[in-house]
Design a protein around this ligand. Sequence first.
Ligand code: HEC
Ligand code: HEC
Length: 326
Amino acid sequence: MGFMSSLKVLRLRFRYLVYILLANVSNLLGCVNAGAPPQIDIRDSPELVGRGDYLVNHVVGCVVCHSQRDWKYFSGPVKVDDSGGGGKIYDESNGFPGQLRAVNITPTALADWSDGEIAHAIVAGVDKNGEALFPVMPYPYFRSLCRDDVQAIVSYIRTLAPLPETKHARRLNFPLNIIVKTIPQKWESPECPDPYNELAYGQYLAEIAFCGSCHTPHSGGKADPSLFFSGGREFVVPGVVGKVRSSNLTPHETGLGQWSRARFIARFKAFEDPAVLSQALPAGSFNTEMPWHMYAGLSEADLGALYVFLTTLQPIDNRVETWNKP
Ligand code: HEC
Ligand code: HEC
């Protein structure tokens, strides 16, 4: 390994070390504090599975992460016959101190998981054996999911086409293997927000879709709360030369300050026509981590609620160049 890349790994190690300072120290003694798996009673009612389908494929992104994305197309859509079959591998080659995979979550892989155990992974961040998951799986955001929505998601996940399971080695380097145990938390089963209260509902959607995770600069492995939604987090997107940066979504003139509700909704709906996304991109084109293909299916009501929530944020002055053509 070259000197520069060792330096980079060291810097990453240091970044994750900061978790120790933020962590509840008693948890470091070894116990994961996630409570028992919640009682979840899934059903095959079309309403429930339909709600789960909407959330999984347009809001919370389980399938986008847990499948191979096709970066030949704009925003890396998932191959239809690969839904939930296992996604990206995180390892030293992409700067991760260890090795993780967004594993297969189709019924083949989750056959011996109870509904409550699947729910527990989503909202508390532990696997079937109570072992802590690493928060690349965005359970710190999913803990805001309300019970009805968790029930809907698990009901839908159970209906995915079964895909063959591929084994993968999982490893977290020291000290991450210890720090990770401090991150799962017991789920408090929050109330579902009123969908007619746009602000509350928009805030809920932004939280469970973890928009803020991508649209906020990180330090110490965490989103910096003083810079919420101000953009500039950097991404390496397969096939793209240079970094892609997230946009400022705060209501400042360098963000969405001049945007009407109609413009915001249209920005997403522009990707709803399958023809727009089915053109392979020419080499050297811009591409993005933002899963537009998925969000294009958000309802206008939900996009409107997201817009209302974003307009209430603290305006932050941050002009972001999302990509510079080399
Ligand atoms: C941003 C990417 C991402 C999203 C979104 C995501 N996951 Fe994950 N998930 C992961 C990764 C990475 C792991 C592996 C974590 C580890 O091994 O510590 C994981 C682990 C899991 C596990 C544990 C599997 C096992 O065998 O231990 C389950 C179950 C799971 N995810 C289900 C879901 C569901 C359901 C959703 C949607 C509500 C979801 N995930 C959304 C990335 C993601
Ligand atoms: C996986 C990371 C990721 C997630 C999750 C994500 N975004 Fe983005 N978003 C980006 C990046 C990177 C860009 C800039 C590149 C582009 O335009 O696609 C962007 C661009 C945007 C833009 C375009 C702004 C402009 O000036 O044109 C809007 C609007 C937006 N995101 C809203 C959202 C909302 C709302 C959510 C949650 C529902 C969200 N994003 C979730 C990464 C993300």
